[in-house]
Ligand binder design. Sequence first.
Ligand SMILES: Cc1cc2nc3c(=O)[nH]c(=O)nc-3n(C[C@H](O)[C@H](O)[C@H](O)COP(=O)(O)O)c2cc1C
Length: 162
Amino acid sequence: MKTIVVYYGYGDHTRMIAEKIQKELSCDILEIKPKVPYSTDYQTVVAETENNLEERDKREIEEININIEEYDKIIIGTPVWWYTITPPMRTFLNQTDFTGKKVYAFATNAGWLGETFTEIKELVGNVESSLSIKFSTDSKENKLITKEKEIDEWINQIKIEK
Ligand SMILES: Cc1cc2nc3c(=O)[nH]c(=O)nc-3n(C[C@H](O)[C@H](O)[C@H](O)COP(=O)(O)O)c2cc1C
Protein backbone atom coordinates (compact mmCIF):
# COMPACT_ATOMS: atom_id res chain seq x y z
CA MET A 1 0.00 0.00 0.00
CA LYS A 2 1.56 3.29 -1.10
CA THR A 3 0.57 6.27 1.01
CA ILE A 4 0.87 10.04 0.67
CA VAL A 5 -0.17 12.96 2.84
CA VAL A 6 -1.21 16.02 0.83
CA TYR A 7 -1.71 19.28 2.69
CA TYR A 8 -2.12 23.00 2.39
CA GLY A 9 -1.26 25.29 5.30
CA TYR A 10 -1.09 29.03 5.70
CA GLY A 11 0.59 28.97 9.11
CA ASP A 12 2.35 25.97 10.66
CA HIS A 13 -0.45 23.89 12.22
CA THR A 14 -1.42 21.78 9.25
CA ARG A 15 2.20 21.27 8.21
CA MET A 16 3.06 20.12 11.73
CA ILE A 17 0.34 17.45 11.66
CA ALA A 18 1.18 16.43 8.07
CA GLU A 19 4.84 15.94 9.03
CA LYS A 20 3.83 13.90 12.05
CA ILE A 21 1.75 11.64 9.76
CA GLN A 22 4.64 11.39 7.30
CA LYS A 23 6.95 10.30 10.10
CA GLU A 24 4.59 7.80 11.69
CA LEU A 25 3.52 6.20 8.41
CA SER A 26 6.91 6.59 6.66
CA CYS A 27 4.93 7.91 3.70
CA ASP A 28 5.39 10.56 1.04
CA ILE A 29 4.33 14.16 1.57
CA LEU A 30 3.12 16.87 -0.79
CA GLU A 31 2.49 20.51 0.01
CA ILE A 32 -0.08 22.31 -2.13
CA LYS A 33 1.04 25.83 -2.95
CA PRO A 34 -1.09 28.59 -4.43
CA LYS A 35 0.40 30.06 -7.62
CA VAL A 36 0.07 33.52 -6.13
CA PRO A 37 0.93 33.41 -2.42
CA TYR A 38 -1.48 34.84 0.13
CA SER A 39 -0.58 38.03 1.95
CA THR A 40 1.76 37.50 4.90
CA ASP A 41 -0.65 39.60 6.94
CA TYR A 42 -3.15 37.30 8.66
CA GLN A 43 -5.96 39.85 8.91
CA THR A 44 -5.65 40.68 5.21
CA VAL A 45 -6.13 37.00 4.36
CA VAL A 46 -9.10 36.75 6.70
CA ALA A 47 -10.73 39.77 5.08
CA GLU A 48 -9.92 38.79 1.50
CA THR A 49 -11.32 35.29 1.76
CA GLU A 50 -14.64 36.13 3.43
CA ASN A 51 -17.64 35.69 1.12
CA ASN A 52 -15.34 35.67 -1.89
CA LEU A 53 -16.67 33.06 -4.30
CA GLU A 54 -14.20 33.97 -7.03
CA GLU A 55 -11.40 33.29 -4.58
CA ARG A 56 -13.15 30.23 -3.14
CA ASP A 57 -13.48 28.35 -6.40
CA LYS A 58 -10.73 29.65 -8.64
CA ARG A 59 -7.51 29.81 -6.66
CA GLU A 60 -4.82 28.39 -8.91
CA ILE A 61 -2.17 26.10 -7.47
CA GLU A 62 1.37 25.27 -8.53
CA GLU A 63 1.82 22.29 -10.80
CA ILE A 64 2.08 18.96 -8.99
CA ASN A 65 5.09 16.87 -9.92
CA ILE A 66 3.95 13.73 -8.17
CA ASN A 67 1.78 11.11 -9.83
CA ILE A 68 -1.16 10.78 -7.42
CA GLU A 69 -2.38 7.75 -9.39
CA GLU A 70 0.42 5.66 -7.86
CA TYR A 71 -0.99 5.94 -4.35
CA ASP A 72 -3.50 3.67 -2.62
CA LYS A 73 -4.04 5.76 0.50
CA ILE A 74 -4.28 9.54 0.36
CA ILE A 75 -4.49 11.63 3.50
CA ILE A 76 -5.54 15.20 2.93
CA GLY A 77 -5.06 18.03 5.39
CA THR A 78 -6.30 21.61 5.35
CA PRO A 79 -7.06 24.40 7.77
CA VAL A 80 -10.70 25.45 8.06
CA TRP A 81 -11.31 28.85 6.45
CA TRP A 82 -14.68 30.46 6.81
CA TYR A 83 -16.35 27.21 7.90
CA THR A 84 -15.04 25.14 5.02
CA ILE A 85 -11.86 23.96 3.25
CA THR A 86 -9.22 26.34 1.92
CA PRO A 87 -9.32 27.44 -1.75
CA PRO A 88 -5.95 25.77 -2.63
CA MET A 89 -7.19 22.45 -1.22
CA ARG A 90 -10.48 22.84 -3.09
CA THR A 91 -8.56 23.27 -6.35
CA PHE A 92 -6.51 20.17 -5.61
CA LEU A 93 -9.59 18.08 -4.77
CA ASN A 94 -11.36 19.33 -7.89
CA GLN A 95 -8.52 18.37 -10.20
CA THR A 96 -7.80 14.94 -8.70
CA ASP A 97 -9.52 11.65 -9.48
CA PHE A 98 -9.89 9.65 -6.28
CA THR A 99 -11.58 6.62 -7.83
CA GLY A 100 -10.39 3.43 -6.15
CA LYS A 101 -8.35 5.25 -3.47
CA LYS A 102 -8.74 5.15 0.26
CA VAL A 103 -9.00 8.76 1.35
CA TYR A 104 -8.63 10.17 4.87
CA ALA A 105 -8.99 13.80 5.85
CA PHE A 106 -7.97 16.03 8.71
CA ALA A 107 -8.77 19.69 9.25
CA THR A 108 -7.01 21.99 11.68
CA ASN A 109 -9.30 24.62 13.13
CA ALA A 110 -10.20 26.82 16.05
CA GLY A 111 -13.48 25.10 16.80
CA TRP A 112 -15.77 26.06 13.94
CA LEU A 113 -15.81 23.25 11.41
CA GLY A 114 -18.96 24.21 9.53
CA GLU A 115 -19.22 22.37 6.21
CA THR A 116 -15.58 21.26 6.04
CA PHE A 117 -15.98 17.48 6.06
CA THR A 118 -19.25 17.51 4.12
CA GLU A 119 -17.56 19.45 1.37
CA ILE A 120 -14.49 17.19 1.30
CA LYS A 121 -16.84 14.20 0.92
CA GLU A 122 -18.68 15.89 -1.92
CA LEU A 123 -15.45 16.58 -3.81
CA VAL A 124 -13.70 13.27 -3.09
CA GLY A 125 -16.53 10.78 -3.13
CA ASN A 126 -15.86 8.36 -0.33
CA VAL A 127 -13.83 9.28 2.76
CA GLU A 128 -12.78 6.48 5.11
CA SER A 129 -12.40 8.64 8.20
CA SER A 130 -11.86 12.26 9.11
CA LEU A 131 -10.41 14.06 12.10
CA SER A 132 -10.90 17.57 13.40
CA ILE A 133 -7.73 18.89 15.04
CA LYS A 134 -8.39 21.87 17.21
CA PHE A 135 -5.90 24.54 18.25
CA SER A 136 -6.58 27.41 20.62
CA THR A 137 -6.21 30.84 19.12
CA ASP A 138 -6.33 32.90 22.30
CA SER A 139 -2.57 33.01 22.69
CA LYS A 140 0.34 33.37 20.32
CA GLU A 141 1.29 29.80 21.23
CA ASN A 142 -1.61 28.22 19.31
CA LYS A 143 -1.86 25.33 21.72
CA LEU A 144 -3.12 21.95 20.55
CA ILE A 145 -6.49 21.25 22.17
CA THR A 146 -7.25 17.88 20.56
CA LYS A 147 -5.56 15.12 22.55
CA GLU A 148 -2.32 13.76 21.03
CA LYS A 149 -3.63 10.30 21.83
CA GLU A 150 -6.68 10.85 19.62
CA ILE A 151 -4.46 11.95 16.73
CA ASP A 152 -2.08 9.00 17.24
CA GLU A 153 -4.97 6.55 17.27
CA TRP A 154 -6.38 8.02 14.07
CA ILE A 155 -3.00 7.74 12.34
CA ASN A 156 -2.56 4.21 13.63
CA GLN A 157 -5.92 3.18 12.24
CA ILE A 158 -4.84 4.43 8.80
CA LYS A 159 -1.64 2.44 9.15
CA ILE A 160 -3.36 -0.88 9.80
CA GLU A 161 -6.19 -0.52 7.27
CA LYS A 162 -5.84 -2.71 4.22
C1 LIG B 1 -8.84 33.15 6.50
C2 LIG B 1 -9.03 32.32 7.73
C3 LIG B 1 -10.30 31.88 8.06
C4 LIG B 1 -10.50 31.03 9.17
N1 LIG B 1 -11.76 30.55 9.42
C5 LIG B 1 -11.93 29.64 10.42
C6 LIG B 1 -13.21 29.01 10.63
O1 LIG B 1 -14.19 29.27 9.93
N2 LIG B 1 -13.32 28.11 11.64
C7 LIG B 1 -12.28 27.79 12.47
O2 LIG B 1 -12.43 26.96 13.36
N3 LIG B 1 -11.04 28.35 12.27
C8 LIG B 1 -10.85 29.26 11.28
N4 LIG B 1 -9.60 29.81 11.07
C9 LIG B 1 -8.48 29.36 11.94
C10 LIG B 1 -7.67 28.24 11.27
O3 LIG B 1 -8.48 27.21 10.76
C11 LIG B 1 -6.71 27.57 12.27
O4 LIG B 1 -5.95 28.52 12.94
C12 LIG B 1 -5.81 26.55 11.54
O5 LIG B 1 -5.31 25.63 12.48
C13 LIG B 1 -4.64 27.21 10.81
O6 LIG B 1 -3.85 26.24 10.15
P1 LIG B 1 -2.45 26.62 9.47
O7 LIG B 1 -1.55 27.14 10.57
O8 LIG B 1 -1.93 25.32 8.93
O9 LIG B 1 -2.69 27.61 8.40
C14 LIG B 1 -9.40 30.66 9.99
C15 LIG B 1 -8.12 31.17 9.66
C16 LIG B 1 -7.93 31.97 8.55
C17 LIG B 1 -6.55 32.47 8.21
